[in-house]
Design a protein around this ligand. Structure first.
Ligand code: COA
Length: 179
């Protein structure tokens, strides 16, 4: 995966009804470590990273790159939305396309925050890279993620076996402006 490349970055803060999407900042470090070290968050993502390793690696601000949004609720980070180029995707239908990923801290699950944040990120992308379709890969057993993908308007391209589980590949296309 590569970052999004030539887009205006960082964007102006993106505000939704309850959330702000913004570039990550030094004050997000603890939340980032919590996110990457959480076994719950990584149930369907190949397992968490060891916390002490993350503490060592992330000495200052979390990595900043075009397409990485911190999701902020009332001034604190509750998760991350990732928009990346799926350069090395194992499915030809997804290779080179923009790929959406989402991770929220468990205490923030179930309130519709992921749907609100992802919809805003997709809106931003539709402006930043007009016409670019977006792909999403998730384990089909990840019910919350599957429901979220459907809610956002992703439709199934195919299912495939990888990393020891069935994976679902979905695609989303921006609505073309009416002429
Ligand atoms: C996937 C994830 C971001 C969803 O976050 P969320 O804030 O709970 O999602 P939302 O509240 O916006 O809910 C989206 C939909 O999923 C449903 N949902 C949420 N948690 C669910 C669960 N545990 N079981 C079944 N459905 C669930 C919601 O009801 C909603 O569907 P609906 O509108 O049809 O009712 C969150 O569970 C997470 O961070 N998981 C770990 C990371 C991960 O697996 N990411 C996916 C791979 S990129």
């Amino acid at each position: 995966m590569k970052d999004l490349g030539p887009v205006a970055w960082p964007p102006e803060q993106i505000k939704t009804e309850r959330l702000v999407l913004r570039e990550s900042e030094t004050r997000d470090r603890a939340a980032f470590i919590e996110l990457l070290a959480s076994p719950e968050v990584h149930t369907y993502l190949g397992g968490p990273r060891p916390r002490d390793e993350l503490e060592r690696e992330m000495s200052g601000a979390p990595e900043q790159w075009p397409g990485s949004f911190a999701v902020d609720l009332d001034g604190a980070m509750i998760g991350q939305i990732l928009l990346r180029r799926a350069t090395g995707h194992r499915r030809p239908a997804a290779a080179g396309k923009v790929d959406l990923g989402y991770l929220l801290l468990p205490r923030a699950w179930g309130f519709g925050y992921a749907a609100e944040a992802c919809a805003a990120a997709l809106d931003w992308l539709a402006d930043a890279l007009p016409g670019d379709p977006v792909v999403l890969t998730t384990q089909s057993a990840n019910v919350a993620s599957m429901r979220l993908a459907a809610k956002l308007g992703f439709t199934e391209v195919e299912r495939f076996q990888a990393w020891g589980a069935e994976q679902w590949l979905g695609m989303w296309s921006p609505v073309a402006p009416s002429s």
